[in-house]
Write a protein that binds this ligand. Structure first.
Ligand code: THU
Length: 161
């Protein structure tokens, strides 16, 4: 028997001011993207802003539906937006902001978004950094790589890709 252990560390910033100007701007863009969310059922508005390694930025927001399961998360809307409008470019950072009065800490991506981002991450081979914030400001969670929050992931390698 052997033990395999997984550890995960992430940075907590008191506010966005300790981040670079480019990161602060990406956060502001994701906060603004919350304004395009369609979340009449949850009132949980999420904005995502992707910055590619060549410094292009593209956004998405969650889009709900009366048939609940077919709603789409902000992260996936942003990713698919990027693929269509900019191409399958390497991603540097994704800022994800939540606008919801009850939410007191930043939210992290749901399991489905982690899986979708991990598929993208597996071919780009470089880390996809995450910045998680509340739209109203306050702490920023900085996660070095999306794979840090999806350990032991299933990926195309199991299918011979
Ligand atoms: N949501 C996102 O857009 N991203 C996340 O990371 C978590 C959840 C959305 C889905 C749904 O519209 C609402 O937030 C409540 O779950």
């Amino acid at each position: 028997m052997s033990l395999r252990e997984y550890t995960f560390a992430y940075q907590v910033h008191d506010d966005k001011n300790s981040l670079s100007p480019a990161d602060q701007s990406l956060i502001e863009i994701s906060v603004n993207a919350c304004g395009k969310a369609y979340a009449p059922y949850s009132d949980f508005k999420v904005g995502a802003a992707i910055r590619t390694t060549d410094q292009q930025v593209i956004v998405g927001s969650n889009q709900e539906n009366g048939a609940f399961p077919i709603g789409q998360c902000a992260e996936r809307v942003a990713l698919y937006n990027m693929i269509h409008h900019l191409g399958r470019l390497p991603i540097d950072t994704i800022s994800i902001s939540v606008d919801n009065p009850q939410q007191k800490t930043p939210a992290s991506p749901c399991g489905s978004c982690r899986q979708v981002l991990s598929e993208y991450r597996s071919f780009q081979k470089t880390p996809i950094r995450l910045l998680l914030t509340l739209a109203g400001g306050g702490v920023v969670y900085e996660i070095n790589d999306v794979m840090d929050i999806l350990p032991f992931a299933f990926d195309g390698a199991f299918l011979g890709l």
